[in-house]
Design a protein around this ligand. Structure first.
Ligand SMILES: [Zn+2]
Length: 308
């Protein structure tokens, strides 16, 4: 039935929605950087998600990380065992997991992939902060152990890109025990004399920094990444003092010897390739590449023992 509502009111309402969705589409093309610049998403993506104006290293998903790290963007995601979703029946946790999976297209925040770096086979793990803040629970623990075992079986180096706020409170002790499980896995891995390199990305904190992310043979971090255990706000509220401006940024942690090397995203492939050549006792090849010099300049002269 045609009346004044369908003739005048409905089209007007529809046009309002159209306008809104058009502006939403436009907004989807741009991203707001911390430097308050509006950056075209394609431009940011082509620059490895690093702001061309302020050099801020934006967060990457696990698959974005893999595609910029492996040769020719070729890799295989390993299927790790998936434990029970909500072992403690924490309220609303299943719904949260479902939303995170839909949003990120990942079953868990931590993925492991097998591929090549400059022709060398490497196993790589990467956490996705967009999946419940990269929180570590039993699924991440299983994936990590699976990755370590796969690297041992194939006598390959293990590279890990950390991005996590800590352990999953919804899994309680089960999440906490992943700290010791992953530490034991790395201990086992090191018995095989294979290199384990960690790249700490923004942010690496809580249980992740206190376990597997803190055990790399070489600890690399991206510029400006937060590398911490407890958050700055918690510390400030506890000690009731102003904190340094750069507090817990990778450059600050580097100055105290907690990080060996700060490396821009565009150089990570070449730095790790050089490091692996050295660690795998292929020094002849490493010395012949110009990258060795810059790596040695950037590296801490001697890793300080000061505890931060
Ligand atoms: Zn910026």
């Amino acid at each position: 039935m045609t009346n004044w509502i369908s003739k005048f009111v409905k089209p007007k309402i529809k046009s309002l929605f159209k306008k809104r969705s058009a502006s939403k589409d436009k907004a989807a093309l741009w991203i707001n950087c911390q430097c308050k610049s509006l950056i075209y998403k394609d431009e940011l993506f082509n620059n490895l998600s690093v702001c061309p104006k302020c050099n801020f290293h934006h967060k990457l998903t696990s698959q974005e990380r893999f595609s910029i790290f492996f040769d020719n963007k070729e890799y295989t995601i390993l299927e790790a065992p998936i434990p029970r979703d909500n072992p403690l029946q924490f309220p609303n946790y299943e719904e949260k997991l479902k939303k995170a999976r839909e949003k990120t297209k990942q079953p868990d925040a931590l993925l492991i992939a097998d591929g090549k770096l400059d022709g060398m086979r490497v196993i790589v793990g990467a956490q996705n902060f967009y999946h419940i803040g990269g929180a570590v629970g039993s699924a991440s623990g299983e994936a990590f152990l699976h990755g370590v075992q796969h690297a041992i079986n194939n006598k390959s180096p293990f590279i890990f890109f950390s991005a996590s706020g800590g352990q999953k409170m919804q899994e309680g002790t089960i999440a906490l025990v992943q700290m010791s499980r992953t530490v034991l896995a790395i201990n086992e891995f090191k018995k095989h004399n294979l290199p384990y390199i960690v790249v700490m990305t923004n942010p690496t904190s809580g249980g992740a920094s206190a376990s597997f992310a803190g055990l790399g043979d070489v600890a690399i971090a991206e510029p400006g990444a937060i590398v911490a255990f407890a958050g700055a706000r918690v510390i400030k509220d506890t000690i009731k003092e102003e904190l340094p401006i750069n507090f817990q940024k990778s450059e600050w942690v580097f100055n105290f010897g907690g990080i060996d090397l700060i490396c821009e995203r565009k150089n990570i492939r070449s730095k790790i390739s050089t490091l692996l050549s050295i660690l795998l006792k292929k020094k002849e090849e490493a010395i012949s590449t110009p990258d060795v010099k810059s790596f040695e300049e950037d590296l801490q002269p001697a890793r300080k023992k000061q505890i931060i």
